[in-house]
Design a protein around this ligand. Structure first.
Ligand code: HSE
Length: 452
C-alpha cells in the first residue's frame, strides 16, 4: 500500500490543526510510516468560512456520508464534538469497517463501552489520544508504557481553563469572576465556561483515564464533581500560608487505605473517583503546573511516580495527538492486521465492574474557613462541634481583629470522614457566632509524590 487515505469530519480548530500537521510534517510522517497519509475528504456544515490553512475546494463537502461510504477511506476522524451526531458518525463508520479517531471525551465518557465494544466486533481500531490532555500522550502511556503496572493513583490537572483561572488568582490575585472574564477575553475560556469551571470536562477526562487504568467503565454520575466557582482570593492566600496550592484535580485511587471504622466498602475492591478543588503541598510537582498547562501524575506500583506535562488543548497540540493515532492505526493497516489490542488495552473478558467509593466515605484532611464573630469563646464552640464528630484539628489561624465583627477563622483538620465532616459544618453554621457561609476544601497530603 503506498497511501493511507483518511477522511476528516469537523473542520474547526482541531480539524484545521490536523490538516496542518499532516501537511507540515508529511515527510517525518512518511519516514516513520513508510507511506503517505492522504486526507481525501473533509466534511463540515460550513465549507465557506476561511480557515487558518487552505485546502483544495474539491475535497470539502457537507456530506458526511460521502466519507463514511467511501471504500478508499480507511480511517474516519471525528472532530465535531457533542454527543448525538458524533455518536451516529462513529457507529456508522465502525459498521462500515472504518477505523475511527476521535477527540470526543464527552462521548467516550458516556458511550465508551458501547462504541469500544462495537469496534471490537467490527475488528476496528478507535484512537482517542486527543480526548485527554491535548498534546500529552497519556492514553498511549496508560495503554502501553505503564502496562506492567497496577495503578495506585492518578492525579490530574486536566482542564486548562480552570488551571489558568486558579493560577492567575494565586499569582496575581483577583476575584474568580474577574479572572474568568479576563480569561474569556484572551480566548482561554469559552463564552459558556460551565463545563470547564464546574469540573464536568475534568470528570469526562477522568472517566477515560479510569477506564484505561483499571479496565472498568464507570459512570460519570459516580464521579463526585465540584468546580472552582466558590474559591476566593482569601482561600488562595490562606492555602499559601499553610504551604499549599489550590488546584482543580481529577483524582483516582485504588482504595484500601481507609482507617475509619465506619468505612465498610470492601478494602482494595473499590476506587476513589473525584473531581474537586484540592489543596496540595507546594512541594508536589503538580503545584507548579501553571496557566493553561495540563499535567497528569500517575503512581504505578512498579514504575513509582511519573508525571506527564504539556499543553492540554489548542489547535496544534491536539492535532499532534490525533495524527499520532492516525499513524498508529496506519501501522496496523500496513501490517495487514486488525487492532493489536482493545481500546482500553485490557482483554474483553478481564473488564470488570469496580465499585466507586462514595464521597461520604472519603477520609481526608480539610481546610475550613469560617466567617466567625470575633468574640471570646468562639473557637471553643466550633472545636466542640468538630470534636463531637470525631474531627481533630491540626492548626488554626485567625486573621484580623474586629471585636464583635466578622473575621475569617481558618482550621486545618486531620484526616476526617466526609460524612461526619459535613454534619459538623451544618451544625456549626447554626451557631450564632457564625456570620456567613463556610468554605471548605479537601487536602491531599500524600498525593503520590516522589517520596511515596
Ligand atoms: N476546555 C478544555 C480545557 C480543553 O480548558 O482544558 C479541551 O479539552
Amino acid at each position: 500500500m503506498d497511501k493511507i487515505k483518511v477522511g476528516l469530519i469537523g473542520f474547526g480548530t482541531v480539524g484545521t490543526g490536523v490538516v496542518r500537521v499532516l501537511r507540515e510534517n508529511s515527510s517525518v510522517i512518511k519516514d516513520k510510516l513508510g507511506c503517505e497519509v492522504v486526507l481525501k475528504r473533509i466534511a463540515d456544515r460550513d465549507i465557506i468560512r476561511k480557515r487558518e490553512t487552505d485546502v483544495p475546494g474539491d475535497i470539502l463537502t457537507t456530506d458526511v456520508d460521502s466519507i463514511i461510504n467511501d471504500p478508499e477511506i480507511a480511517i474516519v476522524i471525528e472532530l465535531i464534538g457533542g454527543l448525538e451526531a458524533a455518536g451516529d458518525i462513529i457507529v456508522k463508520a465502525l459498521k462500515k469497517g472504518k477505523h475511527v479517531v476521535t477527540a470526543n471525551k464527552a462521548l467516550l465518557s458516556t458511550r465508551g463501552k458501547e462504541l469500544f465494544s462495537l469496534a471490537g466486533k467490527e475488528g476496528c481500531d478507535v484512537g482517542f489520544e486527543a480526548s485527554v490532555g491535548g498534546g500529552i500522550p497519556i492514553i498511549k502511556a496508560l495503554r502501553e508504557g505503564l502496562a506492567a503496572n497496577r495503578v495506585e493513583s492518578i492525579y490530574g490537572i486536566i482542564n486548562g481553563t480552570a488551571n489558568y483561572i486558579l493560577s492567575k488568582m494565586t499569582n496575581e490575585g483577583g476575584k474568580f469572576e474577574t479572572v474568568l472574564k479576563e480569561a474569556q477575553k484572551k480566548g482561554y475560556a469559552e463564552a459558556d465556561p460551565t463545563y470547564d469551571v464546574e469540573g464536568m470536562d475534568t470528570a469526562h477526562k477522568l472517566a477515560i483515564l479510569i477506564n484505561l487504568a483499571y479496565g472498568t467503565y464507570i459512570s460519570l454520575e459516580s464521579i463526585y464533581t465540584e468546580g472552582i466557582t466558590r474559591i476566593t482570593e482569601l482561600d488562595v492566600r490562606f492555602a499559601r500560608e499553610f504551604g499549599y496550592r489550590i488546584k482543580l484535580l481529577a483524582i483516582a485511587k485504588r482504595e484500601g487505605r481507609g482507617t475509619h471504622p465506619e468505612v465498610v466498602s470492601g478494602e482494595g475492591k473499590s476506587i476513589e473517583a473525584r473531581v474537586h478543588p484540592t489543596m496540595i503541598p507546594l512541594s508536589h510537582p503538580l503545584s507548579s503546573v501553571e496557566g493553561v498547562y495540563n499535567a497528569i501524575h500517575i503512581n504505578g506500583n512498579a514504575s513509582g511516580p511519573v508525571m506527564f506535562y504539556g499543553r492540554g488543548a489548542g489547535m496544534m497540540p491536539t492535532a499532534s495527538a490525533v495524527v499520532a493515532d492516525i499513524i498508529d492505526i496506519s501501522r496496523n493497516i500496513l501490517k495487514g492486521k486488525g487492532p493489536r489490542t482493545t481500546p482500553l488495552a485490557y482483554t474483553e473478558e478481564s473488564l470488570k465492574d469496580i465499585k466507586v467509593k462514595k464521597i461520604d466515605d472519603l477520609e481526608v484532611p480539610y481546610y475550613i474557613r469560617f466567617s466567625a464573630k470575633d468574640l471570646p469563646g468562639v473557637l471553643s464552640k466550633i472545636s466542640g462541634v468538630l470534636g463531637s464528630h470525631n474531627i481533630s484539628i491540626s492548626s488554626v489561624i485567625q486573621k484580623g481583629r474586629q471585636r464583635g465583627g466578622t473575621v475569617p477563622l481558618v482550621i486545618i483538620t486531620h484526616n476526617s470522614l466526609e460524612r461526619e465532616f459535613r454534619k459538623s459544618i451544618e451544625e456549626i453554621e447554626t451557631l450564632s457566632v457564625i456570620a456567613g457561609k463556610t468554605m471548605y476544601i479537601r487536602i491531599e497530603e500524600n498525593s503520590g509524590g516522589a517520596d511515596q
